[in-house]
Structures are given as C-alpha cells and as structure tokens.
Design a protein around this ligand. Sequence first.
Ligand code: F6R
Length: 610
Amino acid sequence: MCGIVGYTGPQSAVTPLIEGLRRLEYRGYDSAGIALGTSDKLFVEKKAGKLSNLESALGSVPAVHSGIGHTRWATHGGPTDRNAHPHLDNEGKLAVIHNGIIENYSELKAELEKHGHKFQSETDTESVAHLLSDLRKEHNGNLTIAMREAVKRLRGSFTLLAVHADQPDLIVGVRRNSPLVVGLGDGENFMASDVAAFIEYTKRAVELGQDEVVTITPTSISITDLEGNALKPREYQITWDAEAAQKGGYPHFMLKEIFEQPKAVADTLLGRMIDGRISLDELNLSDAELKSLQKIVVLACGTAYHAGLVAKYAIEKWAHIPVEVELASEFRYRDPIVDKNTLVIAISQSGETMDTLMALRHAKEFGARVLAVCNTNSSTIPRESDAVIYTHAGPEIAVASTKALLTQIVATFLIGLHLAEVRGSLNSSQVSEIYNEMLELPSKLEQILETVEPLRELTRKFTEKNTVLFLGRHVGFPVALEGALKLKELAYIHAEGFAGGELKHGPIALIEEGTPVIAIVPNTHEHGLDEKMLSNIQEVRARGAKVIAIASEGIEIPGAAHIIRIPNSPQMLQPVLATVPLQVFAYEMACARGTDVDQPRNLAKSVTVE
Ligand code: F6R
C-alpha cells in the first residue's frame, strides 16, 4: 500500500524517481507525486490517478539531483490531487511521503493548528510534515534528529521519507511496521519500499529494522536508532535481475507471471532432496523439536490463505499433525490455543502484509515458533520469524497473485514431507515417491500452458455473465476458492467457491438457467471423491447450470458442457495444476471485459495497513 522512492546522486532525479514509481505502482495507484530538492523551494508535482497522469502533468522539470516520489493507495482522504503525496510544511521547503497510517494524526493536527500550522489536505501524513518542520527548527536545521524526535510522537505504522530545500542532497527515512530498503549505488543512493524500484541501478541493498532512522547523501549512509545510537548497515545482495521486473514482451505482468510458473515451481524445488532426504536446513528446528510439535497453525491472507488450506490436507495426511489454517486478520483478535509445541507457518508473498505480521506477533506472545514461507528477501515477516523458507517465484508485480501461490503450495509440501520423514509417518521411499511426483510438476505445467488457447476462446462465451460459481472437494475446495477470488478481483464478476458437499446446504439456490459452474473434478476414487463431484455436476446441470469441468485426462464427465484437461497427478498435487486454467480464465475474462489486469480497481499488491 503506497510505494515510496528516494534518490540522491548525479542523475537528473526525475528519471530514477519516475522509473522507480513505475515499478512500485503495483503498491497503489490512486495518485502519484514527486518533490525535487531544488534549493530555496522544492519543486513539487502531484496528480490524482495513475502515474501516467503525473507524467503528463510534469512540464519542464528542473535538472536537480535528488528527490522523493510516491504512489498512493488512499486511506485517509480521498484520491485527489490535494491528498496526493508529497505533503509540505507551510513554507513549502520540507516535503514528506508516507506509507502506512499515523493513528494519532488528529491529536497532532489539533496541536499543530494551535501553533499556527495551516493544513491543505485531509490526510494523516500532512501532520508529519508540519511536525517535522517545527522539530527541525528546534534542532538547528538537523532533519535526521527531527525525524527521530517526530517518530517518538507517532503511533501507527509508517515508512516516511523527508527532504528539505536547505539540504537538497540529503534524504531522511524511517520505518515502523512498513517496508523500506536502501540501495547503495556508486556515487548515488536510493531508498524505496521494494528493491524493484532501484534494481536497474544497483544490486547492493541494506535492510532496515523497526524504528531505524536512515540518512542518505550521494556518498554516505548512516543509520541510527531513535536515541541516536549509530547502527551498522546490514548489507545484502539482491538476487532478482532487472529483467525479471519487466513485462518481457507480454501484454501484462500477470500473463508473464502465469507463464513463469513452471520455472518458479522448479526453482522452489531445486536442491530440496539430498541423499534421499528432504533438505530444509533453514527450518532451524532440531529433529527433537519437530517430533515434539503438537500442532501447526497456518496464518495468511487472500491467496496465501488458499495455499495454507491446501497445505492442511497434505501435512495432516503425510505428517499426522493437526493443522489449523487461520485468516491472519481474524487470528489476532482471538485467544488462540498455541504454545511452544505449536509451529506457526506464516505464508506471505510480500512478507509485508500487516494482518499476517500482527498475527505472527500475536502467536509469538503465546510462545509459538514461527516459520515464514515468503517470496521477498529480507522483508519484515521473515525477519520477525524464527526461520524462513523462501519461495523462488521471482518478483511478482501483477496485483493478482499467481506464481507465488504455486510456489507457496510446493514449499508447504516440502515442509510436510520433511515433518513426515522426521516423525516417521512416511518412510523414505514414500517421501521420495511424492517428491519425484513433485519434480514432474514443472513439465506438466508447461503442458497446460501450451494448450490454453481453447480455454481463451471458451472464456469469451461467458463474458456477459454476472455470476460464476466454483465447486471443489478435498484439495479442490481451496482451488475453487482461489478461482473465485481471481475472477472477482480481475474481472469484477461476482464469484463464489464452494465445497461440493455444501451445495445442497444453500448455494444450489443460486443456480439458474445458464449459470456457469466451474467444477474441479478430484483425481481420486478414494472416499468416492470423484463420484461425489460427478453427482454435484449432475445436480447443478439439472437446474440449468453450464458446467465447465477441470479434470485429468481419461476421466469421463457426463453432463459437462466443456472439459478442460490437465495432466494426471496424485490428488494431493492436483491444486498446483488445476489452479492454472482458473488463472487463465480470470485473466481472459478481465481482458475481454476491459478491466485493468495488472492493477485492478481498489486493490494494492502489498497490504501494509490493517
Ligand atoms: C490475490 C492476492 C491477495 C494476496 C494477499 C496476501 O490475488 O494477491 O489476496 O494473496 O493480500 O498477500 P501476501 O502473500 O503478500 O501476504
């Protein structure tokens, strides 16, 4: 939510700022703005709407060498020019950009107004600009000290960057519960919400902890805590390349990311079996600790939650440990029954989702060990966890998650297999057999992607529909939920996912003549799962539904109007394959309906507010 970028160095700052904002636009696109560090007064331009509006509004821009830029996902104050960041002090010399929420902004505003400050916007952020302005004066023009003192007065979550016209080459930043990374260049330095913003210029990054204040100039970086104690920069190398953050010839990031799934899954599996055993050294838990685990709790939101639902089936079956899957946004309000014998698995692509972060902190208070499954290096969730398994999906830029989901499922499968191995619930040949099946997933995904053309055509038949229902059983149920979520967020169509068995308990009333129902047909006869889904298909068809079945080769589906074939796999692995046609379906539907595929309305990629 909100993307932030700062640049100081020899380049004309507008170029890295606008490029950086383009790469961060996935974080919010309600407005965009920049402030450039010209001495005397700052040059500021900001516009409601997408970055392109700002670009069109930028006339001749002063060729100055530092500045800050912001792309907004609105929280306090509507998406207008006035509420767009940067926000200024009354002299127009100090500019602030912000990601997060300042919870005590009304108190601050009342106090600052009493001291004569005039507010221009309805945002929470503007109070920080005025506060910093006063504190800077109190501290002899030292913006770093002013930032430290300002932060002591703020409640909430925030990343803040500030510049002042009197020292235009110097940018000060701070973070609390929202992301900020520094990029170390050669004679130039960057700050941003995400490395994608500066990946083109440098691969050297510095991570920042909670309440750390960082000051950059073209040739220096200094980090302190809120008391002013110097901290050593923790540098790391960025492994993603600049190309990975480009569309690479695809019309949308989402389509590119759908097609990257075979590689993403292969990369996540790479090197995970050594000498016939699952290798997960990063787990950081001894075999004795793994054996003493009594419960696993998965915490996640949205698509990552669906990965957790799939994981439950696999881990319970393979490792015989009870698994609860919780919406992170709800978990934190409960008094959960977790303790030191509980392993919490926090799943997050971005590693910054506030609800997941707060839920994992809540679990830690009860003594639980936390393992993150995350795609973003050095992000907050892995940093606050006891251990992390990184998925290797590469940067996911489209707001709708695709390749992250598949790699999250695969990573949790690896955890399940490792637990099963250590706890003796599967023997090594059973583990190897499942692992070898997983190794075949990338080529099966390739096969699906090579044959999506008919699905594209089929989708066009349904573009006028206002409701689409998804049915699944067992691991097909989370797939149904995911199919519905993708369609809602991309094509703005009312879509619901149901467990097949629940149909008769209410949802069947939604079926009318021509309602599209997408049914994920199980790959197994165990518990009569396949037959039960075939009965569901008959039931909805008898009431007028048009059934599209997603099924493995060879399974007959009487009553289905269309069948999308996927390669055979063991039932537990089917979600990795069955999800892909649903992603393509939602993508095609969005294209046909003319919605914004990569940046659906009202959404943002990284949800860093609660
Ligand atoms: C849906 C989607 C979201 C995210 C959710 C969690 O396509 O992308 O539902 O899955 O916001 O995000 P992360 O995984 O970054 O914690």
